[in-house]
Design a protein around this ligand. Structure first.
Ligand SMILES: Nc1ncnc2c1ncn2[C@@H]1O[C@H](COP(=O)(O)OP(=O)(O)OP(=O)(O)O)[C@@H](O)[C@H]1O
Length: 309
């Protein structure tokens, strides 16, 4: 009998998953899985739970939570050579990775996608010895995710981040960075740099319009030093996906990126503090198999399936 382990964060988003848990477990059992679950207790626990799921020989590991929980589960799975398949039930405040995979926010519909059994290989990012699935970044604006209190997120959802962003905007200063990407280089003052694996970041679905989840490349965006007015103008353009040709922006695809800086720069990985410079980012091509509604994926994400035919 196949085994599934559901790792869920009871505090994610608006804390709705617990209500659905008995129904989710029953559906997995009915589909023929011996299923167990683990409620996370705090930071890092989902990584431990994912490692122990691998040790128990689970065939499927499900992350039920937001991008933070997903990141922790992936950190438990990605270090394995042949990791179990990953299911996602997006019940967090931010679910960027799930959005990129067109997974439904509805718990039972997301469960059905897993039980239908179709998977797609996805790229995983590695920064020094940590993994990420969606986005890495540095610069003052990327630090706002550490400063929004959990209570506020439960109440306001994504809006809590935007409000915090507006609050800190006037105090944003550039940072001097040295960044090497494949065989190119940027050195100078930057407001922020982002290293994305998907097209969807913090609700900005067109930030990296041509990103593919499994082409082996990061999308790199560097925003050079700007004044506040330019910053706001570019953020508005980014909402429409019209920012890439602006002279203040460097945009490139790269599979390996190295960042260093005279001052310490904190690195955000999938919305959580992940480390600091110096940092080396490597794309681990198609490392995880993730359940997804294949027919709804963007053509650039589906290419791999056609290649395999
Ligand atoms: N029982 C718990 N109590 C408090 N925090 C927890 C608990 N279990 C896990 N966590 C932490 O909560 C963090 C955020 O979780 P998650 O992403 O699932 O929720 P979220 O509501 O979307 O929040 P965020 O927007 O910060 O991602 C995780 O990184 C994890 O470290």
């Amino acid at each position: 009998m196949k085994r599934a382990r559901i790792i869920y964060n009871p505090t994610s988003g608006r804390e709705i998953f617990k209500k659905y848990l008995p129904e989710v477990l029953q559906r997995f059992e009915q589909a023929g899985f011996e299923t167990s679950c683990h409620a996370t207790t705090g930071k890092g626990d989902a990584t431990e739970a994912a490692i122990s799921a691998v040790e128990r020989g689970c065939d499927i590991v499900v992350a039920a939570g937001g991008d933070g929980t997903l990141n922790e589960v992936v950190n438990g799975l990605a270090r394995q050579k042949n990791p179990p398949k990953l299911g996602i039930i997006p019940v967090g405040t931010t679910n960027d990775f799930a959005r990129a995979l067109h997974l439904p926010r509805d718990v039972l519909r997301a469960t059905e996608i897993i039980l239908q059994g179709e998977t797609i290989p996805v790229d995983i990012g590695k920064m020094n010895d940590k993994y990420f699935v969606n986005i890495a970044g540095g610069g003052r604006l990327t630090e706002l995710t550490y400063e929004v209190p959990s209570k506020l997120k439960t109440m306001l959802g994504q809006l809590a981040y935007y409000l915090k962003g507006i609050e800190i905007l006037p105090s944003i200063r550039p940072t001097y960075i040295h960044l090497e990407y494949d065989d190119q280089m940027f050195e100078g003052e930057a407001m922020l740099f982002l290293i994305g694996l998907t097209n969807s970041v913090g609700g900005f679905e067109k930030l990296f319009p041509n990103a593919s989840i499994n082409d082996g490349y990061f999308s790199l965006l560097i925003l050079k030093k700007t004044n506040l007015a330019d910053f706001i103008r570019l953020a508005t353009m980014a909402l429409r996906g019209e920012h890439l040709n602006d002279p203040k922006i460097i945009f490139a695809k790269a599979s390996r990126i190295q960042v260093s800086s005279p001052e310490k720069v904190l690195i955000n990985l999938d919305g959580e503090l992940g480390g600091e410079t110096p940092a080396t980012f490597t794309n681990i091509c198609r490392h995880l198999q993730v359940f997804a509604p294949i027919d709804q994926l963007r053509p650039e994400d589906k290419k791999i399936l056609e290649e395999n035919l």
